[in-house]
Design a protein around this ligand. Sequence first.
Ligand SMILES: C[S@@+](CC[C@H](N)C(=O)[O-])C[C@H]1O[C@@H](n2cnc3c(N)ncnc32)[C@H](O)[C@@H]1O
Length: 342
Amino acid sequence: MKETETSIVEQVQGLIENLCNDSDAQLEKGYEEISLHYRSSSTSSSSLKFSPSHIWAYALARMPATCGVATSILKRLIEIQPDFSPDSLLDLGSGPGSMIWSSLDEFSSLKKIAYWEAHPLFKNLVTSVREAFFAQSKLDFEEIGVTLEDSSQWTQFHAAKTQFDMVWASYVLGELSDSDQRLLLDRALMVTRGILVLSEPGTPEGFKNIRQARSLLLESGAHILAPCTHAQGCPMETSSGDWCHFPALLERRDIHRRIKNKASSLPWEVEKYAYLIVSPRELAPYVIETTRIIKNPLRRKGHRILDICSSSGEERVVVSKKNGGLYKKSLKKNWGDIWEIE
Ligand SMILES: C[S@@+](CC[C@H](N)C(=O)[O-])C[C@H]1O[C@@H](n2cnc3c(N)ncnc32)[C@H](O)[C@@H]1O
């Protein structure tokens, strides 16, 4: 997408704002309730029944953040797989279709979109967006009506050679029990031909779900592409309470700001996330040996401090001005970037 074009995510946000007849007060209340629900429950077993106001509030004030996270992750993906050009996408636990709209912004190659979602009101919202924007397009949309538990349906799915170049499960693991997370990951891997992406909140709990997924996926033979630059044990499993997370900077529309945080007039916010990009098969390595910057780099007089994670674990690297080119390179690096070992 060109910088000057209105993104699909923005257009979808505008459409949803027009479709929604709830007052700001209803949306604010809906948002407070879903926030409380997500903050208070480690799994979906908690019992908030999503009402229409919750769905609108999610789409108008939460989806911008999950889409912002997706954009940030997709940039990482493109950085390491620049030739990746998916034809097909499956969005697992699509909610209002957040990953669909974000992925369409990044990949004009997409021709086939499938989504899997339990909530009828979220499904209706995806249908409304499809009808408004894609009725005349050649994009093929399909809702996948299988239940998580029914392995025969997934096996049939697989037997029909239904696999996708890209599969997303964004902010879904945290809604599932440990055993259902395992099931979802098995199913997801089964239907992934190219890349599987997982994203979760950048909290200790979100990271715990990503770390567990990482272990399970490695055991199943998957190959990790990011954020880890290695397949060794995760150093943060044992270390000092650290959790691997990254920032995504996102713009806030007026309605987003009004619903979420009236007190703040900032037109942007930072959403922290944890993520994992894997592939069922080994893809060509993009560089021989790299590390990932896992905290905000510190700028000090005459040197820069980078906290990195590599196959040797977590490490602090000090790059001094005396290192010349390397120091200059370090100034361009941010939290979440790759740091090549020289
Ligand atoms: C927090 S929302 C995330 C929505 C979207 N992926 C995003 O990132 O904005 C999680 C979604 O997963 C869906 N979900 C949870 N368990 C599911 C299941 N067993 N089958 C289908 N959808 C499920 C929920 O209905 C909800 O829409």
